[in-house]
Ligand binder design. Sequence first.
Ligand SMILES: [Zn+2]
Length: 411
Amino acid sequence: MELTIRIIIYAIIVLSYCFSLWLSILNYKNRNAAIPEEVNDIYDEKAYQKWHEYNMANFKFSIVTNTISTLVFLLLLITGFFPLINRISIDLVNHYELQVLFFMGFYYLVQYMIGIFTSYYQIFTIEEEFGFNKSTKVTFVKDKLKNLLLTIILGGGLVYGLASLYSNVSSMFFVYAFLFLAAILFVTNLLYVKVFVPMFNKLTPLEDSSLKTKIVEFAKSVGYEVNKISIMDASKRSSKLNAYFSGFGKLKQVVLYDTLVDKCSDEEVVSVLAHEIGHNKHKHMWSGLLQTIIQIAIYIAVLVLFFEVPVFSKAFGFSESNFGFALVMFTVLMTPLNIPISLITNYISRLHEYQADNYAATNYSKEHMESSLKVLTRENFNNLTPHPVYVKMYYSHPPTADRIRAIRKVK
Ligand SMILES: [Zn+2]
């Protein structure tokens, strides 16, 4: 039985790896497909050549990192790393929740070290070479330390909470864990712009300008109250552009990247904002929230399954069910389970993007919505010809050509 479980788990890991590799290759091969007419003016020949090189660099990089992380995980499983850190944790502390915390801490440390090397390479080699990187090594180190601190506090709190729920209310674990995770999600969402963003970036209120007047005028024309518009100094890390809405109700605010304001005309920024208001008017955040709640329920069910069936832990050298190890193994089983989940959630998300584009085109301007999409695509160096299967699996936004085609059809 234990051997069968081991074989199944190894098969899941290897097959998931092969599946993502297959998708990447499929998408990479599609790079030479004919450029759709809607987007053929985005890059000039020289820029497109550069995009091809960028695409290749990222493709190779993703294969290398994916291979390394899969190999490392298999190695940890085969060499008995997990029972080892479990014994060390038990020797170190007496307290059950702390043992789980130490166990996860050791494992996280391995992941963190790999993460430092890969993100360093990505930022200072690939992004740097193609001129997107604006970050310095000091910012990088600071970011990593702040991330580590946040993970220790939030991730540690989460693991501690789950472990303590499990040891205290094990029969009702599913219900309590669900409420616990949903509450954490809600609070972090609420505090995102107030607490977490300022740890990494500076937010300044948009000062009075022609842009602000145009934003306020448009918002008023569609009966939308803009509580707060902030500019985020995204340019200290990357030249890429974005904007988003955050929070609920009265705490809701708009965050514009300084890079967006810099590269777009006032009208283009307003159209990006109109798109965001479109999401809001269609109440997309509620369906997003519902999706997350369903996902949390599925995740906890998988976690319970791993913990309730001791053979999963025994197959990898434990004498009984281990909560920390169940948490680790849960991430393995989530990979194949995430395939149907991503297909559905990304499908819904792309549908919402069309609706938001439609809202902006109808209520503001087709022309500016289209041109802002082109600026975003160009500055973010997006793929003009992603493979349709890759899009279905990974794209939360439709490819630019599809979005422009839909915008042009708006009456
Ligand atoms: Zn959107």
